[in-house]
Design a protein around this ligand. Structure first.
Ligand SMILES: NC(=O)c1ccc[n+]([C@@H]2O[C@H](COP(=O)([O-])OP(=O)(O)OC[C@H]3O[C@@H](n4cnc5c(N)ncnc54)[C@H](OP(=O)(O)O)[C@@H]3O)[C@@H](O)[C@H]2O)c1
Length: 287
């Protein structure tokens, strides 16, 4: 299988490069390919002639997207369209990564692939537009929504990830107030990458939710990080309103992997099991 990974040095991209190492892979960083440039997308993909393209690229600083909607839309929507067009021309499979932030958070039970999106932010809207381009343009597509990603490489766009931020802030000894009224499923990029590999080997194209199992608030996520590491910072809950982030985020964005189950594929491991394996891999915990 010949595959191109776009955003290869990102958090998810780096794990994909490792997990697909037995395949014939070409990893493209932002410096090597900007998906906003349709000419360069055509050149890069036509040169490789891949069976599969995995597009992990995004402008994903959610609050910054509110100030700069043009860049959010140019990368997350039109960039996705550029990749989808060339994949359709080359008759290759496109795996496109999307987000739980396409939902509005009105539900109190996990969102399935059949639930109607209702993005609250520029980021969520731009990612949803990207989904629609991919679904309409490239017949052999997997659009995979995931949430709360953390991985060993750390998010390029966000400069680290939530786990690393919590560990650093605990070390600074200041009071830590973490949002307790947004519930999601933190997902380990390594587990996600394994499932993308499995999906890529099927022809069961469509829209998928792929996340670790279970749910928690950001505050509960932080509390689990500290209990696993036996750290005791001054941690307390706060509300999204008091935290005052620029972009609105869904109060509840837990995803149900209904389509994976229909396909007979196993769910990903539980989020707290994944967190423990991440901490082991990073060397914060010892076996
Ligand atoms: N992080 C999360 O919590 C989360 C949650 C749900 C869904 N997602 C989705 O999951 C995917 C992977 O996220 P991640 O956490 O791995 O992000 P990441 O670490 O920031 O990686 C994104 C990659 O995309 C590249 N990129 C940005 N703009 C680009 C452009 N115009 N052309 C080509 N490459 C570009 C970045 O390169 P530079 O850094 O050099 O610009 C980086 O390598 C994204 O589609 C994101 O929307 C993320």
């Amino acid at each position: 299988m010949r595959a191109v990974i776009i955003g290869a040095n990102g958090q998810l991209g780096a794990d994909l490069v490792g997990i697909l190492s037995g395949w014939d892979i070409v990893g493209l960083t932002h410096g090597e390919l900007d998906i906003r440039d349709p000419v360069r997308v055509r050149e890069a993909l036509s040169r490789v002639k891949p069976d599969t393209v995995i597009n992990t690229a995004a402008f994903n600083r959610v609050d910054d997207c509110e100030d700069d909607p043009d860049i959010a839309v140019s990368v997350n929507a039109y960039g996705a369209r550029n990749v989808a067009r060339i994949c359709a021309e080359l008759h290759c499979t496109l795996i496109h990564i999307s987000t739980d932030y396409v939902f509005g958070g009105e539900k109190t039970a996990p969102y399935t692939e059949d639930d109607a999106p209702n993005p609250l932010s520029v980021y969520g809207g731009s990612k949803l537009a990207g989904e629609y381009f991919v679904r309409n343009i490239c017949p052999a597509h997997f659009v995979v929504r995931t949430s709360g990603l953390y991985g060993v490489a750390g998010s390029r766009g966000k400069g680290g990830n939530f786990v690393e931020t919590m560990i650093r802030m605990a070390g600074e000894g200041k009071p830590l107030r973490v949002v307790d009224d947004q519930v999601l499923t933190p997902t380990y990029t390594r587990d996600l990458a394994e499932k993308l590999k499995a999906l890529a080997q099927t022809q069961a194209y469509g829209l998928y939710h792929v996340i670790n199992r279970g749910q928690c608030s950001w505050y509960e996520f932080a509390a689990r990080i500290f209990s696993l590491l036996d750290l005791r910072p001054d941690l307390g809950p706060t509300t999204a309103k008091a935290f005052g982030a620029k972009a609105r985020r869904p109060a509840y964005s837990v995803l149900a992997p209904a389509k994976l189950k229909q396909l007979g594929m196993a769910e990903l491991p539980a989020w707290d099991d994944a967190l423990e394996r991440y901490l082991l891999e990073k060397g914060y915990l010892r076996k």
